[in-house]
Design a protein around this ligand. Structure first.
Ligand code: NOJ
Length: 743
C-alpha cells in the first residue's frame, strides 16, 4: 500500500470509530434530540438558576413559562415535588429541574468543618461525611450540593478558610476528591446521590489581605502549580459541576474569564460538566468595573462559557437579544444547555424526577452520628502536651470552663444552614454523661461567648479552677466569626479569653486549653501559658463526645495541621511550601536582643521578621499523639532515576509510646535547582497508619516523574534533571533529607 492509501484507509477507520463512539453514547444522543426541539427561550430558561420562593406565584409562573432550569435553597421534599411536577407535567418538553443547596459539611448530621476534616488527613473521614450529607439532603429533594470548596487557602484571616481543605494543593486534592466520591456515591443517578460542585474556580483563597471577595494577581504558572491541581483532581474524581469564583484574577473576574472557563476548563481539561456562576457573580462584574451594565455582564459571561447564571437575572433578561443580535453565538448557548441536560441525565432526573416522600426522614441515624464522632476525633490536633497532662489521669476533680464549653450552635461551625443546634452534644454534656461518674466535674463557663470581656466571668471560672485538680478550658471562636464575609484582621482569641487562660494558670493548676475555631488563631501566648493544647476546628454535632474521649483517654489524637498556624498576623502569608530567598534566615536576632545603639551592619541581613523570627507557631503537618513515633533513615531503591522510572522510598516507623495510635507519615520532596526556583518542600504523598505500642511498620511510597514535575520556565510541566531531596517525616519541618538524582 502506498503512504497515501494507508492515510486514506486510516482516516476511514478513524471516522468509523468516531461515529461508532458517538452513536454508542445514548445520553449524548438524547441530549441532541432534546436540544433540537428546544426554542431559544427554552434553552435560556435552562441556564437560569433561581433561589427558592416556595410555591409563590412568581416561582410557579417562572417554571411553567420554562424560565428556570435549577432552583437553590428549597429544602422540603413535598414542595420540591410540587415544583418539579410543574416542570415535568406542565411545560412543553417536561425537562426536570435540579434542586441545589449548600450542603457543605452535613445536612442535619453536621460533621467537622471541612478544614477540620482535612486535619484528619484521612480521606475516608471526608468521604463518610459527604456520603452522610448526600443521604440526608437527597431525602429533602436536594440533588446538587455546592461543595467541596477546594480553594487552596493560605490566609487564615480569610473567613472561608474554614470551608477549605487548607494550604496544600495535594492534601486539598485528596480530601476534595474523597468528598466528591462521598457526595456522588457509586452511581450519580441513585436517588441518594448529589452532584458535587468543585468551587470556586479559581484562586478565591488568594483574596488580597484575606478580605472576602477581594482581588487577586497571580501569574499563570502559579495558578497552574498551586490553585489548579485540586480542580484537575476534582475532574478525575468525576465532579459533576464547577462554580466560578467571586474574585478577579489579574483584572478579569472569574465569571468573565474565557481563559479559565474555556481555554483551561473546556479545551485543556475537556470538562463536560456544568459551570455555574456564583451568587450574582455575573452581575457583580458591574461593581468590579468589568461590565458596563447587566446586559454587558450577560454578554461577557456567556462568551466566557459560564453555563448557568445563579441569581443575576442576566441571561434570562438579555441573552435572547444578545443571540439575536449576533453578539453571542447560539452554539455557545447550545453547549451550555448540553452541559445542563447532561447533568440532569446523569442524575437520573428524566427517569426519576420526584423525591420519595419518607414518613421518617433518614436524619441523625446511629451510623451517621458515630461517623460524625469519629470524624471529630480524627480532626483534633494535639499541639502541646507538657508532662503528659493529657489524657487526664490520676485526677479526681476536673474544672471545665470557657465560652465554647456548652455552645450547641457554635460547635457546628459555619455553613450549616440546616443543622439544628438542639441536636449538638456539647463537651459539657458529654463529659458529664460519660465521665461524670468517675470524676467530679465542676462546670463554669466564665465567659458566656467568645467575644465576652467580663471580668466577673473570669473570676467565676477561677473559683471553679480552685476547686479542681486540673482545668480544661474550651475557648475559640463563635461560629459566626468564620465563613463567608467573616474575615478578621486580628486572629487572636476574641474577647477576654487570653486573660481567662492567664487567670486559670495563676491558680497553679494544670491548664488544658481546647480551641474550637474556624481558622488558625495566633495563640502564641496562650500556648506558652497552657500545659496542653488540643486544637479542634469546629467539630460539628458530635464534637462534645469526641473531645471528651480525647481528653479522658478513650481516644488518641491523630490529626495534623492542614494549614500553618502563624505567630503573628504580620507573618501572613506564611506556609510551608514557600520559596527560599537568596538569604535564608540564620543568625536570628529578635527585636529585644538588639543592643541599644546597635549599628546598621551589626545584625542579620537574612530573611526574617525582627519580632516574629522565621518560624510559624506550628507548621503544616504538625500534630502530636499520646504515643511517640520514631522514624528510621529513609531508604531509596536507587540513587538515580530517569524517564518514567519509579523511585521507591521506604522508612520504618516505630510506635515507641505506651499506647496504640495512628500516625500520618508524610512524604516531601525538594527540587534543589530548577529553571524556576522551587519550594523548600512539597508534600507529595502521605499515609495514615495504625501502630500498636512497640510496633514497627515499613512505610513505602512510590515517586514518579509526574510527582517531580512542575510548570517550568518553558511553561511546560516536566521533571527537570538534577538533584532532589526527599523526606519521610512527621510534619513539614522535621526529618532528615536524602538525595537522589533525576536525569
Ligand atoms: C455564595 C458562595 O460564595 C458560594 O460558595 C455558595 O455556594 C453560593 N453563595 C450559593 O449559596
Amino acid at each position: 500500500m502506498t503512504t497515501k492509501k494507508i492515510f486514506i484507509f486510516g482516516m476511514i477507520v478513524f471516522s468509523h470509530l468516531l461515529s461508532f463512539s458517538q452513536q454508542k453514547d445514548p445520553t449524548e444522543k438524547k441530549i441532541d434530540e432534546l436540544l433540537s426541539k428546544m426554542t431559544l427561550d427554552e434553552k435560556i430558561g435552562q441556564m437560569n438558576q433561581l433561589t427558592g420562593l416556595g410555591l409563590s406565584d412568581d416561582m410557579v409562573s417562572s417554571i411553567r413559562g420554562g424560565k428556570v432550569g435549577s432552583i437553590l435553597n428549597e429544602i422540603d421534599a413535598k414542595t420540591v415535588n410540587k415544583l418539579q411536577r410543574i416542570a415535568v407535567e406542565e411545560t412543553r418538553l417536561g425537562i426536570p429541574l435540579v434542586f441545589a443547596r449548600d450542603v457543605i459539611h452535613g445536612f442535619k448530621t453536621i460533621f467537622p468543618i471541612p478544614l477540620g476534616q482535612a486535619a484528619s488527613w484521612n480521606p475516608q473521614v471526608a468521604e463518610n461525611g459527604a456520603r452522610v450529607a448526600a443521604i440526608e439532603a437527597s431525602a429533602a429533594g436536594i440533588r446538587w450540593t455546592f461543595a467541596p470548596m477546594i480553594d487552596v487557602s493560605r490566609d487564615p484571616r480569610w473567613g472561608r478558610i474554614a470551608e477549605s481543605c487548607g494550604e496544600d494543593p495535594y492534601l486539598t486534592s485528596v480530601i476534595g476528591a474523597a468528598m466528591i466520591k462521598g457526595f456522588q456515591g457509586n452511581d450519580l443517578s441513585s436517588q441518594t446521590s448529589m452532584a458535587a460542585c468543585a468551587k470556586h474556580f479559581a484562586a478565591y483563597g488568594a483574596s488580597e489581605s484575606g478580605k472576602d471577595y477581594n482581588t487577586t494577581w497571580i501569574p499563570e504558572l502559579q495558578l497552574r502549580e498551586v490553585y489548579f491541581p485540586p480542580f484537575e483532581a476534582a475532574i478525575k474524581a468525576n465532579a459533576a459541576t464547577f462554580m466560578c469564583s467571586f474574585n478577579d484574577i489579574n483584572g478579569v473576574p472569574s465569571s468573565g474569564s474565557k481563559f479559565l472557563n474555556y481555554d483551561v476548563l473546556r479545551k485543556e481539561w475537556k470538562y463536560d460538566g456544568v459551570l455555574v456562576s456564583d451568587w450574582e457573580s455575573i452581575g457583580q462584574m458591574i461593581p468590579h468595573g468589568f461590565s458596563a451594565d447587566l446586559k454587558d455582564a450577560a454578554l461577557i459571561a456567556a462568551n466566557a462559557y459560564v453555563d448557568m447564571d445563579m441569581m443575576s437575572f442576566a441571561y434570562i433578561n438579555y441573552l435572547k437579544d444578545l443571540v439575536n443580535s449576533g453578539n453571542v453565538s447560539e452554539a455557545i448557548v447550545d453547549d451550555a444547555v448540553r452541559n445542563i441536560l447532561r447533568l440532569k441525565f446523569r442524575l437520573g432526573l428524566f427517569d426519576n424526577p420526584y423525591t420519595p416522600e419518607y414518613d421518617e426522614l433518614p436524619f441523625y441515624t446511629d451510623d451517621a452520628l458515630q461517623k460524625a464522632k469519629h470524624a471529630a476525633i480524627e480532626s483534633a490536633v494535639l499541639l502541646k502536651n507538657d508532662k503528659n497532662v493529657l489524657p487526664l489521669n490520676g485526677v479526681k476533680t476536673v474544672a471545665v470552663v470557657g465560652p465554647l464549653l456548652d455552645s450547641q450552635a457554635d460547635q457546628l461551625g459555619t455553613w450549616c444552614f440546616d443543622g439544628e443546634p438542639a441536636h449538638s452534644v456539647t463537651p459539657l454534656t458529654a463529659i458529664k454523661k460519660e465521665y461524670g461518674k468517675k470524676y467530679n466535674i465542676v462546670a463554669e463557663k466564665g465567659l458566656t461567648y467568645s467575644r465576652d470581656k467580663s471580668a466577673e466571668g473570669i473570676k467565676k471560672a477561677v473559683e471553679a479552677a480552685q476547686k479542681a485538680d486540673v482545668v480544661v478550658a474550651f475557648v475559640g471562636e463563635e461560629s459566626v466569626l468564620s465563613g463567608e464575609a467573616r474575615s478578621r484582621a486580628d486572629i487572636s482569641l476574641p474577647g477576654a479569653q487570653g486573660e481567662l487562660i492567664s487567670a486559670l494558670k495563676a491558680t497553679g493548676k494544670p491548664v488544658v486549653m481546647v480551641v474550637m475555631a474556624g481558622r488558625p488563631l495566633t495563640i502564641g501566648n496562650e500556648v506558652s501559658t497552657a500545659d496542653a493544647v488540643l486544637f479542634s476546628f469546629h467539630g460539628g454535632i458530635m464534637a462534645g463526645p469526641a473531645l471528651a474521649d480525647l481528653i479522658f483517654g478513650e481516644a488518641v489524637p491523630s490529626g495534623k495541621l492542614p494549614v500553618t498556624i502563624p505567630r503573628m498576623v504580620g507573618q501572613i502569608p506564611v506556609y510551608y511550601a514557600h520559596k527560599n530567598t537568596g538569604r535564608p534566615a540564620n543568625n536570628i536576632d529578635l527585636i529585644d536582643d538588639i543592643p541599644v545603639g546597635a549599628l546598621q551592619t551589626s545584625i542579620g541581613f537574612t530573611s526574617y521578621h525582627l519580632d516574629a523570627g522565621d518560624k510559624p507557631l506550628f507548621p503544616f503537618g504538625f500534630g502530636l499523639s499520646y504515643a511517640t513515633f520514631d522514624y528510621s533513615d529513609v531508604r531509596l531503591s536507587k540513587n538515580t532515576i530517569s524517564g518514567n522510572e519509579t523511585l521507591t522510598v521506604e522508612c520504618d516507623v516505630t510506635n515507641s509510646g505506651k499506647i496504640d495510635a495512628q500516625e500520618v507519615v508524610q512524604l516531601y520532596i525538594r527540587d534543589k535547582v530548577g529553571s524556576l526556583v522551587r519550594p523548600v518542600r512539597e508534600l507529595k504523598d502521605f499515609q495514615k497508619i495504625t501502630l500498636k505500642s512497640g510496633e514497627t511498620k515499613t512505610v513505602k511510597f512510590e515517586l514518579t516523574n509526574e510527582q517531580l514535575a512542575f510548570w517550568n520556565a518553558d511553561k511546560v510541566k516536566r521533571a527537570e534533571a538534577g538533584e532532589f531531596q526527599v523526606w519521610v517525616s512527621t510534619d513539614s519541618q522535621s526529618g532528615t533529607p536524602v538525595s537522589f538524582w533525576y536525569k
